[in-house]
Design a protein around this ligand. Structure first.
Ligand code: EPU
Length: 286
């Protein structure tokens, strides 16, 4: 699109919540060096840089994003290669679902939990995405990333600190590729776990546009249960709603704005604080 003669890219096209204003610059590098060059170019000129993958855990405000948004896709970023001993190398732009399906098709088990995750490898590494009691870093062998000095490095899993839905080092370092590991298994076992994950997800999670779970679970209680017990399921703000299916999902019922979604998120946080003394921390990146 164009605003005042300048090119722009609506972020609503690049987020699963389907909201968000324009990115000033939207760039799709296809190689590690292209990526590194872009980051360096922007940093030298003081242009803010962000990396966005599938946008499945992201809420972009209606005002959009000033600076450059780098979207690693195509080329090396979309490649998956199956190695020996259950190892699989995948670029930052590969969907987890695709990684899971290639692993399963190659007789490598342990990736089935990824079947319903809409995000890409890069984002999953950054936030240590998880489901069904498994986390991304449970399966990471090593990660290749661009460090703060613009150097491409590879680090072994043991040298990387990973927490629940957070990998501090990948906040300023950008993940480019990773090697994952699973276990050789029979096609029947893999299919059984895949189907179990799919069934559970279909029964417990909405299909409407969302960014997955909105808040991090607390150590002693899941955020969804808190929101449910507050009677907030079905609450709306404009076209944004707390899902009737799962309390921790804020969904876009069609035509919602980022402001409506943010307002609903803040409303939930206030209620949880006032009525349960529970501080809900967003899992979705805002
Ligand atoms: N619950 C309710 N009411 C609700 C929703 C949930 O009472 O409206 C209860 C359920 O009955 C259950 C418990 O809360 O006893 C946990 O619910 P669920 O099994 O749906 O899992 P969750 O803890 O809410 C986590 C991840 C999901 C992941 C699922 C499935 C977080 C914040 N969420 O959800 O991840 O898909 O487990 O494994 O850790 C995401 O990260 O975006 C995400 C969706």
């Amino acid at each position: 699109g164009e605003i005042d003669g300048k090119l722009y890219e609506p972020m609503s096209r690049h987020t699963t919540l389907l909201v968000g204003g324009p990115a000033q610059f939207w760039i799709e590098p296809h190689s590690f060096y292209g990526f590194a060059f872009l980051v360096d170019y922007c940093r030298e000129r003081g242009i803010p840089v962000r990396v966005v993958g599938r946008g499945s855990n992201l809420l972009v405000r209606d005002g959009g994003i000033r600076g450059a948004v780098i979207h690693p896709t195509g080329g090396v970023f979309s490649e998956v290669s199956v190695g020996t001993r259950g190892e699989i190398t995948a670029g930052a732009g590969v969907r987890l679902k695709k990684l899971a399906s290639i692993a399963g098709g190659s007789g490598i088990g342990g990736f089935e939990w990824m079947e319903g995750i809409p995000g890409n490898v890069g984002g999953a590494l950054r936030m240590n995405a998880g489901a069904m009691g498994v986390e991304t870093f449970d399966q990471v062998v090593r990660v290749t990333f661009l460090d703060e000095d613009g150097v491409i490095r590879t680090r072994e899993r043991a040298e990387i600190v990973s927490q629940y839905r957070n990998v501090p080092e990948l906040r300023r370092n950008f993940a480019l590729q990773a090697v994952f590991k699973g276990k050789n298994d029979s096609a029947e076992n893999i299919k059984a776990r895949w189907d179990a994950s799919r069934e559970k997800r279909k029964l417990s999670q909405p299909i409407a546009a969302s960014a997955g779970c909105t808040f991090k679970n607390l150590e002693y209680i899941p955020a969804g249960r808190v929101i449910d017990s507050l009677g907030l399921k079905g609450s709306t703000c404009g076209h944004a709603a707390v899902s009737e299916v799962h309390g921790n999902f804020v969904v876009n019922q069609g035509g919602a704005t980022a402001l409506e979604i943010l307002t609903l998120i803040e409303f939930i946080q206030e209620k949880a604080q006032e009525e349960r003394s529970v501080t809900l921390e967003t899992e979705v990146k805002i």
